[in-house]
Design a protein around this ligand. Structure first.
Ligand code: ADP
Ligand code: MG
Length: 388
């Protein structure tokens, strides 16, 4: 829904003109499963986003309406729930709860949310909702915070209220995204650098529409446990190691004989992936998309063979993509075991790319992939009326 239409929905429902904000979803270009090892990631904010419209009330009620769910919830700001109830409103409530905990007092308001980030597809509609709520609520409270702080509030909300063990990358990218740039983020220090991704290069995201064992979280958590086991073995030799971020490939190989093969391979993925993110950053600095694409492919192979977190459907999408003219690189993105692939595609070839990948995937699997095209976009902020 356009910003204009969201404003109108808000006016019709709440009888007041509101102020509009937006917060984007994100895709990770490279750096998979490195954030939990305090390493490097390289996401970009998308031009898919959640819009929030807020107008003040004279009592202490917060009414939140979601256009996507066509549903409204009412919250008493003096007695906010302190537990999730497995409902979309957990995400906005979690942010209000965290703000209250940080001593940021909110007077009553009406809020409308409307988003075009696909829900539950790994493009972080959840972070985009949280950040859209946070920027609107903070402006309403008259509190200005640095964007990385807003990201931390949203991560805290999702971890401690909603109960999802998500990392800082999603809300950070939604807050700090830069138009026509990817972000190189150091997940230990939260230092970041914007790297150019000009509009001739599109981010094409192919949703395999399958979700394997990750749904229950079992495999995902098993991988994390294997990495942690690897770190404990490495620490016996080098007590200074805090996380795999501190380990070189040579160091890891020296300890290979002391760890089971599966643990070695999971660690090898993370250690080499950190190195790949830094190489990929260098490629973007020099505008070398061919090189960037080659590194993306290596990252996919490592996710598949070492981290064992790909699946036939995402492997097929990557294979189909690699055959298309104008495709610089393709890889699985997100937690793994299904979900989406991210592709870097020359804009002039993107129509054909989308057509061919969709057709090839459907022919082989019978599944219709959803494919989204986006440019790297700006992070959260106020939305001017009339802006699209
Ligand atoms: P992802 O972040 O990958 O999209 P999640 O499961 O983490 O998937 O978050 C999706 C959830 O976020 C939705 O089920 C819903 O509860 C909430 N959400 C996302 N967009 C909206 C929206 N526009 N309005 C209300 N809730 C939303
Ligand atoms: Mg999410």
């Amino acid at each position: 829904m356009s910003p204009q239409s969201t404003l109108e929905v808000h006016r019709n429902r709440f009888g007041a003109d509101g102020v509009s904000y937006q917060a984007p979803g994100r895709v990770n270009l490279i750096g998979e499963h490195t954030d939990t090892s305090e390493g490097f990631v390289m996401p970009a904010a998308l031009d898919l986003r959640t819009i929030s419209v807020l107008s003040p009330r004279s009592d202490s009620t917060a009414n939140v309406y979601s256009v996507n769910f066509a549903e409204q919830v009412s919250l008493d700001l003096q007695h906010l729930p302190c537990r999730p109830r497995g409902h979309w409103s957990d995400y906005p409530t979690s942010v209000l709860w965290t703000l209250e905990q940080r001593g940021i007092h909110l007077d009553g308001f009406d809020l409308t949310l409307s988003g075009n980030v696909p829900l539950g597809s790994g493009l972080s509609s959840s972070a985009s909702v949280e950040v859209a709520v946070a920027v609107a609520a903070l402006a309403h409270a008259g509190t200005a915070l640095p964007k990385p702080e807003i990201a931390k509030i949203c991560q805290f909300s999702e971890n401690h209220f909603v109960g999802a063990q998500s990392g800082i990358m999603d809300p950070f990218t939604s807050c700090c995204g830069v138009d026509h740039h990817a972000l190189l983020i150091d997940c230990r220090s939260l230092d970041y650098e914007a790297l150019p991704l000009p509009s001739e290069v599109l981010l094409v995201i192919c949703n395999s529409m399958v979700k394997h064992s990750l749904a229950g979280g079992g495999e995902y958590n098993a991988r994390r446990a294997e990495v942690q086991a690897g770190v404990r073995i490495l620490q016996q030799h080098c007590p200074d190691i805090r996380a795999l971020r501190d380990v070189t490939e040579a160091q890891l190989r020296r300890c290979q004989g002391e760890m089971p093969e599966n643990i070695f391979r999971r660690c090898l993925h993370v250690v080499t992936e950190n190195a790949r993110v830094l190489q990929a950053a260098e490629a973007l600095r020099s505008g070398d998309f061919q090189q960037f694409g080659r590194i993306m492919h290596e990252a996919h192979v490592s996710m598949r063979d070492n981290y064992a977190a790909s699946c036939v459907e995402t492997d097929l999408l990557v294979e189909l993509a690699a055959r298309q003219p104008g495709c610089f690189g393709a890889r699985i993105t997100g937690g793994g075991f299904g979900g989406c692939t991210v592709n870097l595609v020359a804009a002039e070839h993107s129509d054909k790319f989308v057509h061919n990948v969709r057709a090839g995937y459907e022919e082989a699997t019978g599944i219709q992939a959803e494919i989204y095209r986006s440019r790297a976009s700006a992070g959260a902020g106020p939305l001017l009326v009339g802006q699209t």
